[in-house]
Design a protein around this ligand. Structure first.
Ligand code: PMV
Length: 313
């Protein structure tokens, strides 16, 4: 059966960095906000004997090599012999360099679930999406989400703190040089700071959970920045730099804006693009301060994975 699902991206306030075991079992719990549909992936899947091999079309481009292999390996979890056709489109601006694996594997997991009529619960879907990409386990749920171990769970839904915003500043549109998978492994093997990070992360998680439950932007923003800085310090210790000069310039602007009280946080994943977390009322001030950096994508807390009858083929 042909099935279609849509999932949104998410931004981690407390980052997943490092694996305890195969299948993306994380070293530490992580907390994220699911973004709205400005950053989403829609995917249609059909398993059928009429396909003599897997076919994966992403944003109108037929994928081969590593991207196809990763998707095929994921489909192996479901298939009973048949190959499949997968068509995906991202709402992300083309070549924005924004990671799409979270929304991509969350949408793919759900589309496979429906296509094979497995009727999985969200917990099962989250555990499955996790196998494609760790952060995808969180995109199954709307709003504020915590992932530890096998699967993620919702902390709060998308209307709970709807004034919260994520402004994505596109700094570089290139693909990342070192995959998060390789960088995580090197960090775990070689970074001394990483051992400290893991020892202390439960405290950070507790502060972030509390800040969300109190809707306290100032405490939340302070911990988000410390957490992003900490992850990147571990990564830089082993000689990998994801942030570039523009990323550092954005950090400085946000630090200056916060000098009379914290109103916004910067946070960076495995790349130079900045995510600025703030509230609706501070948006104009922050947009003004960042106007020189070109296109800004503003997102609210958004929906979890959902199904659509409008197939892509
Ligand atoms: O889901 P992956 O394997 O691409 O790893 C994501 C890692 C970070 O984006 C840096 C952090 C996170 O928790 O999303």
């Amino acid at each position: 059966m042909k099935a279609t699902a849509i999932a949104n991206s998410n931004i981690a306030f407390v980052k997943y960095w490092g694996k305890k075991a195969e299948g993306n079992i994380p070293m530490n719990a992580s907390i994220s906000m699911t973004l709205d549909s400005v950053l989403s992936t829609k995917t249609t899947v059909e398993f059928s004997p009429k396909y003599d091999k897997d076919e994966f079309i992403l944003n109108d481009k037929k994928e081969t090599g590593e991207k196809l292999e990763r998707v095929s390996k994921f489909l192996d979890i479901f298939r009973c012999g048949s190959n499949a056709k997968i068509v995906s489109v991202n709402t992300f601006p083309t070549a924005s360099g924004i990671a799409s694996s979270a929304s991509g594997f969350a949408a793919l997991a759900a589309a496979c679930n429906k296509s094979m009529e497995l009727n999985m619960t969200d917990t099962q879907l989250s555990a499955l999406a996790r196998k494609g990409s760790g952060s995808a386990s969180r995109s199954i749920y709307s709003g504020f989400v915590e992932w530890s171990g096998e699967s993620a769970k919702q902390l709060q839904d998308e209307v709970y703190w709807e004034e919260l915003r994520d402004i994505v500043v596109i700094v570089s549109s290139g693909e990342k040089k070192i995959s998060s998978r390789d960088a995580m492994k090197l960090t775990q093997d070689k970074s001394k700071l990483y051992k400290e990070r893991i020892k202390n992360i439960d405290k950070t998680l507790e502060i972030v959970r509390k800040a969300i439950s109190r809707k306290d932007i100032s405490v939340l923003a302070e911990s988000i920045m410390k957490e992003s800085d900490n992850m990147h310090a571990c990564i830089e210790e082993i000689g990998i730099k994801y942030l570039n000069e523009t990323s550092h310039a954005i950090k400085e602007i946000i630090t200056n804006l916060n000098s009379n009280g914290i109103i916004a946080a910067y946070t960076f994943d495995a790349g130079p693009n900045a995510h600025i977390i703030t509230t609706k009322k501070n948006l104009p001030k922050i947009k003004d301060a960042l106007f020189a950096f070109g296109r800004l994508i503003v997102s609210k807390p958004g929906k979890g994975v959902r199904y659509s009858e409008e197939h892509l083929f």
